[in-house]
Design a protein around this ligand. Sequence first.
Ligand SMILES: [Fe+2]
Ligand SMILES: [Fe+2]
Length: 309
Amino acid sequence: MTELHVRKMRFGFADYDVPYLWNEENPAFSSMANAVSFLAIGFEKMVVNMVREAIPLISDPEVVEEADAFMRQEGQHSTAHRQHVSGLIKRYPGLQETLDNVIAQFDHLTSTTPVDYRLAYTADLEATFTPVFKLMLDNDASLFRPGDDRVASLFIWHFVEEVEHRSSALIIFQSAIGSDLYRMRMAPSIFRHVMRVIRVACEGFNEHVPLADRRIDALAMFASYRYMQRLRTWLPMLRAHDHGPMARAFDHLPLREQLVALTGIVRSQLPNHNPGHEKLPALASEWFERHAAGYDVTRWYTAAKESNR
Ligand SMILES: [Fe+2]
Ligand SMILES: [Fe+2]
């Protein structure tokens, strides 16, 4: 029997303005997380369609149950990210085009690639989430706490549930396809696609959100882009487009923790990877305990302050 719980959340994004710069202390992380919101909508739409297509390929009823719960959790994530992104589009209407472009990238995969490829895509990408999100959740004091509590709580909930269903996509892939070699062979094109989608989102941010609100070049997270921009300033014949400072989201985090996350990403792509053995962020168990106790997890930081009074 699956241990996944489908939780419906409402983060109050319609209640008042949703800021682009939701963590003013870290504009690069604000942008990165906003890009994740855009990506999540397209990716999770693809996942829902893919699971429906894959279920007839799965003979084990327990895996079918896992796939169904996984799909429903992802559906909830997508709904919540849509509410977040709708708030951003309300303020910057040009971002509707960015969202359409991001979704189109995933719709293209759904219509042009076999289900095997999309199962591998989901398994490969989701396998990286636990080490990456552990880095973020372990450093919530600087990445999430200073920010808009609705946005922070959305990401904390989503990342915690990604940790909860960290094995699901691999279990589904193993049951329906079962070839680690195929998954590994597809990895380069899968991660190229992921980076392309993030780039589409960041280009949209640079185009549609004024620098005064962004405070950084949203594309600064790409090493190749930083290199090209540097080249442009050295070589005057290449016209430089200045979209703002080249700050990065994780520069202030301990190098050791960044390296642990990086090693975890590499390990997640190797054959026989078992996410069940991953080290988990302490915040995840705290979140499940608070949620079970009826705490308002949609206001992770402000509700804590109120209940401590
Ligand atoms: Fe998700
Ligand atoms: Fe997921």
